[in-house]
Ligand binder design. Sequence first.
Ligand SMILES: Nc1nc2c(ncn2[C@@H]2O[C@H](COP(=O)(O)OP(=O)(O)O)[C@@H](O)[C@H]2O)c(=O)[nH]1
Ligand SMILES: [Mg+2]
Length: 223
Amino acid sequence: MKNLELSPLTGPARVGIGGPVGSGKTALLERLIPAFQKRGIEVGVITNDLVTTEDADRLRKSGLIAPERVMAVEAGACPHTVIREDPTLNIEAAERMAIQFPELEMIMIESGGDNLASTFSLDLVDLWMFVIDVAGGDDIPRKRGPGVLQSDLLVINKTDLAPYVGVNLDAMLIEAKRVRQQRPVVSINCRAGEGIDYIVDYLIRNLLFKSSAASTQAANSDE
Ligand SMILES: Nc1nc2c(ncn2[C@@H]2O[C@H](COP(=O)(O)OP(=O)(O)O)[C@@H](O)[C@H]2O)c(=O)[nH]1
Ligand SMILES: [Mg+2]
C-alpha cells in the first residue's frame, strides 16, 4: 500500500468528512464547493457509498462542480474499513484524481454511511471533520464517540431544527467543547448556509496554508 501513497508534500491536500448517515455531509459539500470556488481554490470530491454511487451522482448533477471531478468509491458493507483499516481504494482514487487534474488544491472525501465510531486513517487524509446534527440529539457529544472526540473539527449541523427537536444548542456546544478539551467545534446550518465561512477559513488556515508552506519549505531545501 505504501507505494500508492502520495507524498504529503505534493498533490492536493486531502480532507475527510465523516459522520452518521443523514447528518448532512453531502449537504456540507454542496456548500463548500461553491465557497471554495468563490475564493479561486480548485477542489475535487470523492464519495463513499455502500453499494451505490448516489452521493456522487447527486453532486455530479448539482451543477456545482465539473462532473468528472467527482469520483465514487463503493465501500461495500463496511464503510469504516475503506477510510481507516484499508483506505487503498480511496488513496488510489485520490491519486488518479490528482494526476488527471493537476490544478486541484484540495480533495474532499465523504465517508459512507457510518456511525459515531468511525475515524479516518491519516494515510488517507491530512485532516478530518466529523458532522453530527442537532436532530440526532444533544446527548451525542456526551456519548463520546471516537468521531466526536478525535476529529480535527467537530461540525454540528441543522441548527435550524434545534427548536423543533427540543435541543439547547448552546448547551450542546459547551458539552462538545468540554469533551473535546476545547478543540474546535462549529455549529452550522447547511440549509441556510450559516457557519460555512468558518469551515472554509479553518481549512485554508489549517490545511491549505500548511501544505503550501510545507511545499515551499521542501522546494527551498531542494535548492
Ligand atoms: N433542516 C435542515 N436539513 C438539512 C440540513 N443539512 C442537511 N439537511 C437535510 O438532511 C438530509 C440528509 O442530508 P445529507 O447531506 O444527504 O446527509 P449525509 O447522509 O450525511 O450525506 C437531507 O434531506 C438534507 O436536505 C440543515 O442544515 N438543516
Ligand atoms: Mg452523503
